[in-house]
Design a protein around this ligand. Structure first.
Ligand SMILES: *Cc1c(COP(=O)(O)O)cnc(C)c1O
Length: 475
């Protein structure tokens, strides 16, 4: 009986050419390349065939009446999937401000405008408009960087990992670099100091213990093969209890005494002290410059709040050597990133307006009162527009800085906590993640949490739509 029905259904399946002739299909044939539409049709028919074959009884048998509709639906779904960008915006409701998997810093409006403008046409990337001669791509941000930081010279590359690689390779290839055992950092995505050291062609010399390193430890490791003293900011972890590290200024003193340069990988690279806003003290770039560190590297898309980039500051001679290193050609920054970085750095020239203009700093410093108001408004809107069975509450919680910065900071925040009577916490979160737009939430023991700290203005309505969709099918 079932076998016969299956045979009949399989026989009723249209061929690709039949479907191509359907009137309902014609708008898609006009809109998309024909081979893509054919591929979509074939895939739709195939999946229905599989469905028919897989049916075990009357209950899961395909209804012949709806066969054409099912094929149309599957074709449309296929075309939407095939033609939508894979890299697309998502809504970050995790409360992690510098979420590495979600692209770290949200760009400032000024930076976004530059990206748009530079993408539209040609620019003076490597041309000196004054003289008409070949220029340097680095010149566009070098003066800004030296002015803001107080450093002598600057260079920007693809990211901070590249900055560390280039600096080590230029300053110490084939020789020894001395680092404290407490600073052999691993950053997510396989950036590890010992490995970067190897790739740069330097030999790592570890000194001190995990919790304590003293000036004498560095001094004893010095020898004819020594090329560099390296300090690494333990940006994503903290060693507490009985600890001792050697301050930048002390390392500089040691370096001077033995004629060696000192380099510091600052990681998050903050240019503005955020302690007045209640955030933990983080070593600023300016402090390292003042301490006399010869070469300083940090990221452009962490606490600085710009695009992915690696910034290298330092003494003129060292920076020049890095610019001339052939490796630099492989690590160089592109024009769009450079434009976004320049626009971001310009904001630092007006420190009074900075927090207002730079989304990362805005998110990190926003008051609890404002967060409470926003959570209240979001909860209200969800209650008004989404399935009444969903339990919607407001709660206090903590957000994180992310991006491997300020790992211990707990930023008090407000969240909208959701609980479905039907869906488990993990399946509601998964549906939100797979939705359009994708909404990334935090999952607590029993609830899905939407942290308003990282939800951007205007995204509340989209969240409601995404929620309604997530709960709609079988929710
Ligand atoms: C984040 C970080 C890096 C890597 O920076 P990217 O810009 O992600 O390449 C390197 N060192 C430290 C200490 C960091 O915190």
């Amino acid at each position: 009986m079932v076998v016969e029905k299956k045979q009949r259904l399989l026989g009723a399946l249209p061929g690709v050419d039949d479907v191509l002739g359907w009137e309902e299909i014609s708008p898609w044939v006009a809109q998309h390349p024909r081979p893509l539409v054919v591929e979509a049709i074939r895939s739709a028919i195939d999946s229905l065939r599989q469905q028919i074959l897989a049916a075990r009884g009357e209950d899961d048998m395909v209804d012949p009446e709806t066969l054409p509709n099912s094929i149309e639906g599957a074709i449309q779904e296929y075309l939407i999937q095939a033609t939508s960008p894979r890299l697309r915006p998502v809504i970050n409701a995790t409360g992690v401000v510098l979420h590495t998997n979600l692209g770290r810093a949200v760009l400032a409006p000024a930076a976004r405008e530059q990206v748009d403008r530079l993408g539209q046409g040609y620019c003076n990337l490597e041309l000196d408009l004054e003289t008409g001669e070949r220029g340097s791509r680095y010149s566009h941000v070098e003066e800004l960087l030296t002015r803001i930081s107080g450093a002598q010279a600057a260079l920007v590359v693809n990211n901070n990992a590249a900055a560390v690689l280039l600096a080590l390779n230029t300053l110490a290839a084939g020789r020894e670099v001395i680092v404290s055992r407490g600073q052999l950092v691993e950053i997510g995505g396989s950036f590890r100091i010992p490995e970067v050291m190897e790739w740069s062609g330097c030999r790592l010399v570890e000194v001190g213990a995990t919790n304590k390193t003293h000036p004498g430890d560095y001094e004893r490791a010095l020898g004819p093969e020594s090329a560099l003293l390296l300090k690494v900011h333990t940006s994503n972890y903290s060693i507490i209890g009985f600890t001792a590290t050697v301050a930048g200024a002390q390392l500089v003193e040691l370096g001077r005494k033995h004629g060696l340069p000192v380099m510091e990988d600052l990681g998050s690279g903050i240019l503005l002290d955020l302690t007045p806003y209640g955030l933990p003290a983080e070593p600023t770039v300016q402090e390292s410059v003042r301490a006399g560190i010869d070469v300083i590297t940090f990221s452009g898309d962490k606490l600085l709040g710009g695009p992915q980039a690696g910034i290298i500051l330092g003494k003129e001679g060292y920076i020049r050597a890095m610019k001339e290193n052939p490796l630099n050609r492989a690590l160089r920054i592109d024009k769009i990133t450079l434009g976004a970085l320049e626009a971001t750095l310009r904001l630092y020239l007006c420190p009074e307006d900075l927090v207002e203009q730079l989304p990362v700093l805005q998110m990190l410093t926003v008051s609890a009162k404002i967060l409470e108001r926003r959570a209240l408004a979001l909860a209200q809107r969800i209650k008004e527009t989404v399935d009444a069975k969903l339990k919607v509450e407001m709660a206090q919680d903590y957000s994180q800085v992310g991006g491997g910065a300020m790992p211990l900071a707990q930023l008090p925040t407000y969240v909208v906590a959701l609980q479905s009577p039907v869906l488990s916490v993990s399946s509601l979160a998964a549906r939100l993640r797979r939705g359009n737009p994708a909404v990334l939430a935090r999952v607590a023991a029993e609830r899905v949490l939407l942290d308003v700290r990282t939800i951007l203005e205007g995204e509340e309505g989209e969240i409601c739509i995404a929620l309604a969709q997530a709960l709609g099918h079988g929710g």
